[in-house]
Design a binder for this molecule. Structure first.
Ligand SMILES: *Cc1c(COP(=O)(O)O)cnc(C)c1O
Length: 415
């Protein structure tokens, strides 16, 4: 088969369409470790420059923590670089099991199974525990990886309006004839930063004999008084049947994910989940680093407390400057701009001011809901936040949007 001019022309046209619509995403090269301040090369080939980072999922500042690096280095020497195997053949070391046990204790569940990523955990878990006699009822804003995992599962699919317990209850009533019902939600929603009402969800699950699934990727390590996650914040530890989460965000930021929850459900994943059976094991160096991360997050709450204080300071500062924010309690603070092109330009102007924060727009968020998603970190010090606020004020002024809400911004810039 030839890659003909006609085929090439088709894809070039598609890509040009994205550029013209202001929807083309450009990677920026980072030349330093992940941290509050990073050296970025943008555009490609330009001189590197130091900028303050407001878009990493490095919530606890552990991505380049010296203890984590040291543990990873030691683990690398002790257990090698790779295992060249999936888990069930010869890809499980004692440290994989040790990490699973630590995650189980941390999350307050019965058992845990590591996956190459949380995307893989979500891709495998539904198919492993449900079939065509069952139903999955998902919040309409769940993460893309959950949507994909649900597609791979033969159970019936349904959805409820975002965080809407009345609508969820209707759906649970509707599906009482099914063998199992599984309610599916993110703990913290990645684009808006809001928390799922897990206490209400668990009550409904009890009332209508349903299981509860929570993806806590944007919560594990820092949401809740001791950072265990959204279930801790909502007072429902022990009532969530399946938790999936990632090691790729607060918990070290390298890679890896897990399914944690009821012992039988986790065992079903060990027997049946395809990304577990057919994709390589998490590298020993990452497992060794993650073990140190678990030690750090259980030692004290210093980091999550600092993150909470940083978030409060940042929100208050942006609000005072006149930005339109999504309300919430998580360190995800979206600055709403509504228009995709404006979000792109705003991000570029921030970069010129030494601030790294990315514009999000369709298809990552709904059309007309473009934004700069800022994320706080325990790695930020007050001076980083003050410099960030100063830059936001300056760029907001330049575009004339300070004090404007959705109506005024969209009237002026369109959707
Ligand atoms: C980031 C994220 C994932 C993917 O995690 P990886 O380990 O990077 O695959 C899955 N679910 C949610 C809610 C996420 O935010």
């Amino acid at each position: 088969m030839v890659y003909s001019d006609k085929v090439r022309g088709h894809y070039r046209q598609e890509l040009d369409g994205l550029r013209e619509a202001g929807l083309f995403k450009q990677e920026r090269y980072i030349r330093s470790p992940q941290a509050a301040e990073i050296e970025v090369e943008f555009p490609a080939g330009a001189e590197g420059r130091m900028v303050i980072n407001f878009c990493a999922n490095n919530y606890l500042g552990l991505s380049s923590h010296h203890e984590v690096i040291e543990a990873a280095r030691t683990g690398l020497v002790a257990r090698g670089y790779g295992l060249s195997s999936v888990r069930f053949i010869c890809g499980t070391q004692d440290i994989h099991r040790e990490l699973e046990q630590k995650l189980t204790a941390f999350l307050g569940t019965e058992d845990t199974l590591l996956f190459p990523s949380c995307m893989d955990a979500n891709a495998g878990v539904f198919e492993a525990v449900l079939n065509e006699q069952d139903v999955m009822i998902a919040d309409r804003l769940v993460h893309a990886s959950i949507v994909d995992g649900m597609r791979l599962c033969k159970a019936q699919q349904d959805t409820y309006k975002h965080a809407n317990l009345e609508h969820l209850e209707e759906k649970l009533q509707l599906h009482q004839d099914k063998r199992h019902r599984l309610i599916i939600t993110d703990g913290v929603f990645s684009m808006d930063g809001d928390l799922a009402p897990l206490d209400g969800i668990c009550d409904l699950a009890d009332k209508y004999d349903a299981m509860v699934f929570v993806d806590d990727s944007h919560a594990s390590g820092f949401i809740g008084k001791t950072g265990r996650g959204t279930h801790e914040h909502c007072g429902v530890v022990g009532r969530i049947d399946i938790i999936t989460t990632t090691l790729g965000k607060a918990l070290g930021g390298a890679s890896g994910g897990c399914v944690s929850g009821r012992a039988e459900l986790v065992e079903m994943c060990r027997q049946r989940a395809r990304p577990y059976l057919f994709s390589n094991t998490v590298a020993p160096v990452i497992v060794a680093g993650a073990l140190q991360v678990m030690d750090l997050v259980t030692r004290n709450t210093e980091r999550r407390d600092k993150l909470e204080a940083n978030t409060a300071f940042w929100r208050a500062g942006l609000k005072e400057a006149g930005f339109d924010l999504k309300e919430g309690e998580s360190p995800i603070v979206p600055v709403m701009l509504y228009n995709a092109r404006l979000a792109q330009e705003f991000s570029r102007d921030l970069y010129d001011e030494g601030i790294y924060a990315i514009g999000f727009f369709f298809p990552v968020v709904a059309k007309g809901a473009a934004r700069i998603r800022t994320q706080l970190s325990a790695a930020h010090d007050r001076r980083h936040l003050e410099a960030g606020l100063e830059a936001f004020r300056k760029v907001g002024q330049k575009h004339g949007i300070l004090g404007m809400g959705k109506k005024e911004i969209t009237e002026r810039f369109g959707l």
